[in-house]
Design a protein around this ligand. Sequence first.
Ligand SMILES: [Zn+2]
Length: 338
Amino acid sequence: MMATQYEGNKTFTIFEKEKEQPSKNEVRIKVAFVGVCGTDVHIYHGMMDKRVNIPVTIGHEMSGVIDAVGEGVSDFVIGDKVVVRPLDDRKVKPSDKGFNHICEELKFIGIDSPGAMQEYWNVPAFVLHKLNNDTDLKLAALIEPLSVATHDVRMSGLQAGETVVILGGGPIGLLIALVAKESGAQVIVSEINETRIAKAKELGLTTVNPMQVDVVAYVKEQTEGRLADVVFEVAGVQSALDVMTEVAGIRGRIVMVAIHGEKKPVDLFKFFWKELKLIGARVYEKEDYEKSIALINANKLPFEAMITDVQPLSNIQQVFENIDKNPDGMKVLMDCSL
Ligand SMILES: [Zn+2]
């Protein structure tokens, strides 16, 4: 079988190895497609060399078909189409209060342990979600990032008819926009990059460019002064932190999706004045995956347009180099059979 490894120093290698028999309570998946996540790009750039165990096979946004079943696995059979929810929460403790997805000793599969950028992948059965027989495996590779979006929207408590402002129109921002719109919200995406603005428009979304338009004034005008009921901060930059407290209306909820690696100034007075709420959201839970699987199976949203490139896994080095050259693309998938 073909496998790939990140070797450090912006380098992937491709090699042949023997398929491994699944251990007890494990399955072996023939990986169909694997998506490249922002986190994978961070790893490629060497930003996570202290965390990953180099050399390491990475990748966690995937779809595939069960190819072999280990002893003790009863819920899955060979031929089942599946996706992996890549959270290893086996070391959960009472102090995690049942929130296993963010437990203190959480291991992320594909970062802390081997991932999906290979032809066959052995995983414990408890991370699997079964798909329908007719689920499109290309679209199914979007289920992991889509579940970030369904989780974020669920955490926001979004109601139909509410106004949502999304700060940042990258892959996650646009998936949040699609999920929020599908929930019956009025959605406005704030983004500065023209390629991403064009993609958002192609997806049928309303956009505003803060370099050209005063976003707060624009949202005010669109809402008869009520401003946003929910703001998703997906940009991770100071200007978004400045706008989020301005563009949120009375009792507005702000969901922190972006990962801010350091402390940054936030206008806390606005939290007092407008009784705002700040909500943290990280990865996803089982029900978020179930919601995403239902959305992919229904296939009413323009998911196909989120996939901007499909390349053979054997081109992995080129794929990451191209993402550096063209960072405005949306989801790049790799076909793991090629
Ligand atoms: Zn991801």
